[in-house]
Write a protein that binds this ligand. Sequence first.
Ligand code: OSB
Ligand code: MG
Length: 375
Amino acid sequence: MRLERIVLREIGLQLREPFRISSGETVERRILLLELADADGAGVWSECVAGELPNYSAETLDTAWLAIREWFAPRLLGVELADPARAGELLARGIRGHRMARAALEMGLWALSAVRAGRPLAAVLGGTRAAIEVGISLGIQPSPAALTERAAAALAQGYRRIKLKIQPGSDLAYVRAVRSALGSSAPLMVDANNAYTLADTTHLQQLDELGLQMIEQPLEHEDLLRHAELQRQLRTPLCLDESITSLARAEDMIALGAGRIINIKPGRLGGFAESLRVHELCARHGVPVWCGGMLESGVGRAYNVALASLPNFTMPGDISPSARYWARDIVVPQWTMQAGTITVPGTPGLGVEVDVDYVRHLTVRSETLGTSRGQ
Ligand code: OSB
Ligand code: MG
């Protein structure tokens, strides 16, 4: 395949409720969408998962826009690409970081190759599940009672796992309240987004009493060694998110005992090829993985659903239905949940259509890279 055109587009999409994590709050998402078009007339949409601010990783959608326009797109446009994994190598060569920017293109090329082959993206990736289990990630709430209400509603809606965002001052009392309201069998976990240090070890040990499936990324965003030390002091498995930015980092996590579960976000890992390698590594080592989320639109969600259909994604992901995030998603059909699961599309490509008129309406700016520029 040969890419002829890449359209960058920023849309504004209001969350149905503010989403607060330890490092900041999101109310309105600014989402970078890409349209890839090849010389044979095939096209596909993709999404860059970088946020508005560098409070999850160093990337933002603005840095991604720059990276794609200046460094990544010129490597792809007009070049005959044998397969998406090779294209990913071409993109990565000599460039440090900017993984989410790179992933938006690399993942788009996987989807484009699926479209061209007339196969579902999940099948092209090696997916084996017809449906994936759905979890929900609940942002930090103003009080334990408010969080308990949200968690109880999520359980009643059928979510298979409930993740509670925590930070110092909004942790033990909040999680205890939810646990006592929902009962000992409710599938609960927490995510701290780097809000603690090793000095909080005895405090965090109190979470061991609460029957959590895992504690996600309590310490610094690039750390492994301190997580290993903390894991030795906790019975609850640690799950790493921010710290796992490559296959090598996943290998190091396992070697150091820095965590026992990995949250795979393909954007954070630079694309599907690296995600598949981490998935394989974890399968070999008996480390379960699940697919994380970055408050994606229905486009980014399609990519996550496809990835989560692989065999070692044995735990419910942060892949909630469209209505959990948006009054109206940008895809048709919207992503829906049935008995705590989302059906993996069996149709070619992403398995959902983009509502182009609605996307145009939401568009804040756009830029076309490639042959049609100036035509
Ligand atoms: O740490 O997993 C995280 C959202 C933005 C940034 C980081 C995280 C999250 C979530 C949201 O937890 C999960 C979702 O998309 O539903
Ligand atoms: Mg996380």
